[in-house]
Write a protein that binds this ligand. Structure first.
Ligand code: OGA
Ligand code: MN
Length: 268
């Protein structure tokens, strides 16, 4: 096994992995250690990486099955599992998705019946200001709720829809709010506030009030970790026990990240 360190950044979420270059193929024991660390910390951060698209896809396979992003509308490149997140538009041809506006808290692909498992981002160009990404650890946030809240949430299912109708399946999915993380066995929340339409069986106004109150409680600083992106940063996160948001950044700045998306259970 290669020598490297895994350093927790906060008790609630995220750890840094120092001493590994993901361009180099990893031995099975190192891969298994990283997979366990992702399931423990929810987010893993690697700095000063130098990755081709093939390296990013190979690394993604440590954490599960990378798929062609189900809602990507940009033409696929030679490596179909890679999409780009970018505000750069070179003469009418956007390099990637999501522009430069704020993106509110969400879990990737929550509006599908099979939501995102892991996601990865690799930073190629980063803005001098803004564009930070913040993750919330939803197991720590759940554990910190008082018993009254925990009882209130138990058994509830949230119906999710995307604001763009073409992304939605015919029947929107409802996912349990309180979940047991399949790999760590730890209880937590599965929640995507920006796509939550209502709690199944509860009217929209009552649902909204409850989910807004819950969002305020769980987005406290003590459950969060924020990354100010630098070129060469690589991050993998587990959407089944975290949610994330992105801060806006000036449209005059350039931001370009390559992305992979996992769906379903890990294959190895
Ligand atoms: C994503 C996402 C945030 C960012 O790729 O799923 O939410 O920082 N991106 O660009
Ligand atoms: Mn996202």
């Amino acid at each position: 096994m290669l020598p490297f360190n895994i350093v927790p950044f906060t008790p609630a979420v995220a750890a840094g992995v120092f001493g590994l270059q993901l361009r180099d193929p990893l031995d099975p024991l190192t891969a298994a250690t990283l997979r366990r660390a992702l399931h423990q910390h929810g987010v893993l951060y690697f700095r000063e990486q130098d990755l081709t698209e093939a390296d990013q896809v190979r690394t993604s396979r440590i954490f599960g099955l990378p798929v062609r992003h189900p809602t990507s509308t940009l033409p696929p490149g030679p490596i179909r599992e890679i999409t780009a997140i970018s505000n750069i538009d070179e003469s009418g041809h956007p390099l990637g998705a999501l522009g430069n506006d704020e993106i509110h808290y969400h879990a990737d692909l929550c509006f599908l019946h099979t939501p995102g498992s892991f996601s990865t981002l690799y930073a190629l160009e980063t803005p001098a200001t803004g564009g930070e990404t913040t993750w919330i650890g939803l197991r720590a946030a759940f554990e910190a709720l008082d018993d009254r809240w925990k009882e209130r949430l138990q058994g509830l299912e949230v119906v999710y829809t995307h604001s763009r109708p073409e992304y939605n399946p015919i029947h929107p999915p409802a996912h349990p709010l309180v979940t047991t993380h399949p790999e760590s066995g730890r209880r937590g929340l599965y929640f995507s506030p920006s796509h939550a339409r209502q709690i199944a069986g509860i009217d929209e106004a009552t649902s909204r009030a409850l989910l807004d109150e819950l969002s305020t409680i769980i987005t406290q600083e003590r459950f969060a970790w924020t990354l100010r992106w630098q070129t060469g940063d690589f991050v993998v996160w587990d959407n089944r026990c975290t949610m994330h948001r992105r801060a806006s950044f000036p449209s005059t700045e350039r931001r370009l990240l390559k992305r992979t998306q996992g769906q379903g259970r890990p294959s190895i």
